[in-house]
Design a protein around this ligand. Structure first.
Ligand code: ZN
Length: 177
């Protein structure tokens, strides 16, 4: 009888052994998934450029602005900080608004549009093709005196009325947030 028990134990142990590699492979899969996520994040960053650098987050999406709500995110920084094209595309318009704010609207290759506001300088022209990451302006406080920042909007569908909160976009495109 003890011999029988020993045999059963041996079978049990042998039966358990193959389980060990599967545990190991499960943890390998776990790190592979983590790696895949990191690669995906890197690819997303590759896909879009951050609209500026050395900035801090200011007013967010939906902040009450009296008659309307804030349809973008404000990125505060120093005057003259470069403003970048977030994707390759064409400048849809650039003009000085009635309140003095210099604006740029970029139509990206993806069909999405990106609105940049309050620039100090605009370095591109209407209709100009731009590359991803190209400097298109300098951060300033035009139309927002004393508050140097970039007002950034994301019109994902390409229509202004469909502006969405760009914070996810910014988190993917900008390493600093
Ligand atoms: Zn704003």
């Amino acid at each position: 009888m003890p011999r029988f028990i020993a045999i059963v134990c041996a079978f049990l142990i042998l039966g358990l052994l193959p389980a060990a590699p599967s545990v190991a492979s499960a943890s390998t899969n776990g790190s592979a998934a983590t790696q895949a996520r990191a690669q995906e994040a890197k690819k997303n960053r590759k896909g879009k450029a951050c609209p500026t650098k050395n900035f801090w987050l200011g007013a967010g999406w939906g902040v009450d602005r009296g008659s309307r709500s804030h349809k973008g995110v404000d990125l505060g920084g120093k005057r003259g900080t470069p403003i970048f094209a977030v994707e390759a595309g064409r400048i849809n318009r650039t003009k000085r608004q009635s309140n003095g704010a210099l604006q740029i609207v970029l139509r990206g290759k993806s069909g999405s549009m990106f609105y940049y506001g309050h620039m100090d300088k605009v370095l591109i022209k209407n209709g100009q093709r731009v590359k991803k990451g190209q400097v298109i302006g300098k951060m300033g406080d035009s139309g927002s005196r004393g508050q140097v920042h970039l007002h950034f909007e994301y019109w994902k569908s390409g229509r202004e009325s469909d502006a969405i909160n760009p914070i996810k976009f910014l988190k993917r495109a900008c390493k600093s947030i």
